[in-house]
Design a protein around this ligand. Structure first.
Ligand code: 9WN
Length: 433
């Protein structure tokens, strides 16, 4: 029998291998993150995937974002999962029967979850447009997605300013996209877990137990989601036992507002309103979540009002904000011993010297390709070309070597989680372009 395929050696081979992953995960109107583990459409995955797809088929990249944004709720939220009707209802937990979105404000187009994920979509939409402006204009791509994206940002501003500083709060660890980050441990510890026999995990059918969140984490995730659902996903009524301001989510919102400004300008709309909002949010982000002593952005626990002094990759993501006043200090932190950027490895998701560091377990240490892609973008933006180049080389090498792993051990570079993972292939294509 033939052995495993050799890791792609040249850039052309790597591009072909990444293309095969994205084609294999395409369902006809969108892309699943991974065939086994995540057999539906995920919100922020879609955005990263579109950024890569635009290099293969700008039209397919447009469809990716059109199908995602078509699942928008009446209140403007973009749900974190859009369920694929062709996939068995029990293939993923929590599935459509858990979320019960139909009566709760979801559109008629799709069954979805009721929580959100970070707002990367406008950034992706602008990149997708720029890849092929002619097709985009002919198809009316930006005209179609702009009102949806504006309504999405408006939802975050209107319903999610739970801390009163103007920033958007996450009300579930899944909303941050970094589910079991050590930053959420203390806030989650206050949540009473759902009984272990009240739900059945499906993720462990597809990934090693040491690479995934624990059962205790899952019990709390289920409790928080069920409480939100049982309050009709109404942000004013729900108890929100977990509520945090995450620097990554808010930095992405700011970068996405800048992208909306560019889109509005292209459409002859009000660009200044979006740039103005980006400026106000930047002030709030730095004023509320930056710790000058630590030279780091920290999440804020809105139950206690205090910073969560855990160094995670989320605290470096503000590098993507244009004109960030503390960029030079943040680059110094990125280069320092906690994250070690510039040493030929991906950015660890959590402080390598931290008390909770675990090189295998999901968001508690492993390097993730989407986060490294964002940090790479930020390093380029702020002129740290040497660090950016090092990170780019590390990412493309690790992607090829691991068969596009979901995440990697940040020291050894060994594959963890799923393989043939869509955003890993997508950001690799983007880095190779
Ligand atoms: C819950 C799909 C998603 C990513 C998240 C990642 C993981 C889901 C899960 O997979 O979360 O949303 O089942 O663990 O943490 O960032 O969007 O790839």
């Amino acid at each position: 029998a033939p052995g495993p395929a050799a890791a792609p050696g040249t850039a052309a081979e790597l591009r072909r291998a990444a293309t095969r992953v994205l084609l294999g995960n395409w369902t006809g109107r969108s892309t699943v993150p991974s065939r086994g583990l995540y057999p539906h459409q995920w919100s922020w995955d879609s955005a990263f995937i579109a950024v890569g797809l635009r290099h293969l088929s700008p039209r397919r990249a447009q469809w990716e974002l059109e199908s995602m944004t078509a699942a928008q709720w009446a209140d403007g939220r973009l749900p974190h999962i859009v369920f694929d009707p062709a996939t068995p209802r029990g293939a993923y937990f929590p599935g459509p029967d858990f979320w019960r979105s139909a009566g709760a404000g979801a559109g008629a187009n799709a069954e979805t979850s009721g929580i959100v994920q970070p707002p990367v979509h406008a950034i992706a939409a602008w990149e997708v447009h720029r890849a092929d402006p002619e097709t985009s204009r002919r198809r009316g791509f930006l005209e179609r997605v702009y009102p949806r994206l504006a309504a999405w940002h408006h939802y975050l501003a209107r319903e999610r300013d739970l801390g009163g500083a103007g920033l958007a709060a996450a009300v579930h660890p899944w909303e941050s996209g970094m589910d079991n980050s050590p930053a959420w441990d203390a806030a989650l510890a206050r949540v009473a877990p759902a009984p272990a026999d009240s739900f059945a995990r499906r993720d462990l059918d597809h990934a090693p137990v040491a690479d995934r969140p624990t059962d205790a984490d899952y019990g709390r995730y289920v409790r928080l989601a069920a409480d939100y659902r049982d309050h009709g996903y109404d942000d004013a009524r729900a108890p929100h036992a977990f509520r945090v301001e995450d620097p990554s989510m808010n930095a992405l919102l700011i970068a996405a507002e800048h992208a909306l400004a560019a889109i509005a300008a292209e459409l002859g709309g009000d660009a200044a309103a979006h740039s103005g909002r980006a400026a106000v949010l930047t002030k709030a982000l730095v004023g509320t979540l930056y710790d000058p002593g630590a030279r780091m952005f920290f999440a804020r626990d809105l139950v206690t009002g205090a910073h969560i002094a855990e160094h995670t990759v989320a605290g470096l993501v503000p590098l993507i904000v244009p004109g960030l006043p503390v960029a030079a200090d943040l680059v110094a932190t990125a280069r320092g011993p906690r994250f070690g950027i510039g040493q030929g490895r991906l950015v660890p998701s959590y402080d390598r010297t931290g008390h909770a560091f675990d090189p295998c377990r999901y968001w508690r240490g492993p390097g993730w390709f989407n986060m490294s892609w964002l940090v790479h973008r930020g390093l380029v933006l702020h002129g740290a070309a040497d660090l950016a180049a090092d990170l780019r080389t590390a990412m493309t090498a690790a992607a090829g070597r691991t068969g596009f792993a979901e995440y990697v051990d940040p020291h050894s570079g060994q594959a963890r989680g799923a393989r043939a993972f869509s955003w890993t292939a997508a950001v690799t294509l983007d880095l190779l372009a």
